[in-house]
Design a protein around this ligand. Structure first.
Ligand SMILES: [Fe+2]
Length: 263
């Protein structure tokens, strides 16, 4: 611009350069702000996820493992990077509504009464309501939060959607959530081995879960050991998150794919 003959913009010379640099500077400044905002937002999602997991020490890192499984399933399904990213975000906070469930119900040892179970069943809708003020940033995750407990046969909650009516992202997270819960166990229910949990998932294909997703789940279960075994996942994940190490099992080398240990 400065040296071209004839000079760009008549005889403005150096002033022309400044004229072009000002908008470039502001564009760059604005982009930096967008990146910072996005980073702050991602950290907020992490914080929400840690809050949910911290509330229930029995299911330590539950949301993180659900996220790892759901992302693997989404990739195997052929979803693009943007959709996988949304599924990861939604998985991390899928149970955020549990913050609104009284501890006496959420952590009750033993089986729940029908009334108590009805209270638990409100957590998907509580979650969406809780995040409504951040809908500009999070609305794409709302389907995951609201519908992750729907069942393929229509006997889930909150709306009793069936089959393809259930948003795909929610079907993916629902399956990942169920496998993680089976292998984590509960105070009233012993954790299942990865093999037993897989077998139960397959038994429920077409009943609770999307049969196509169950087929994909088996394929990635056989080839991806990083989340298949809960203890292996906790060791691997804890080694990457220094702030959580103190409350995590000590790090051991990743186990080979042939690990048969139950959770
Ligand atoms: Fe849930």
């Amino acid at each position: 611009m400065y040296t071209s003959t004839p000079p760009l913009l008549g005889n403005w010379g150096g002033w022309a350069v400044i004229l072009f640099l000002i908008p470039l500077y502001y564009a760059r400044f604005h982009w930096d702000e967008v990146v910072k905002l996005r980073e702050a937002f991602n950290k907020t999602v992490d914080l929400l996820s840690n809050t949910i997991d911290a509330k229930d020490s029995h299911t330590f890192l539950h949301s993180e493992r659900v996220t790892a499984i759901a992302a693997a399933l989404a990739r195997a399904y052929g979803l693009d990077a943007a959709q996988v990213n949304t599924i990861e975000k939604g998985s991390r906070i899928h149970d955020i509504g549990k913050i609104g469930i009284p501890d006496a119900v959420l952590f009750k040892p033993g089986s729940l009464t029908e009334e108590e179970y009805n209270v638990i069943k409100k957590h998907p809708e509580y979650g969406v309501r809780l995040l409504e003020p951040a809908s500009d940033y999070l609305s794409e995750t709302f389907d995951i939060i609201k519908y992750h407990h729907e069942r393929w046969d229509g006997r889930g909650y909150p709306e009793g959607l069936a089959g393809q009516e259930i948003p795909l992202w929610a079907r993916i997270v629902g399956l990942a959530d169920a496998y993680e819960a089976m292998t984590a166990g509960r105070p009233y229910q012993k954790a299942k081995s990865p093999e037993d949990a897989l077998s139960e998932i397959e038994d429920l294909a077409g009943i609770q879960f999307d049969p196509k997703l169950v087929r994909l789940f088996r394929e990635i279960w056989e080839t991806n050991p990083s989340w298949r075994d809960r203890e292996v996942f906790l060791r691997l994940y804890s080694s990457k998150v220094p702030s959580l190490e103190s409350s995590s099992p000590p790090f051991l080398e990743p186990e080979p794919e042939t690990s048969q240990k139950s959770s």
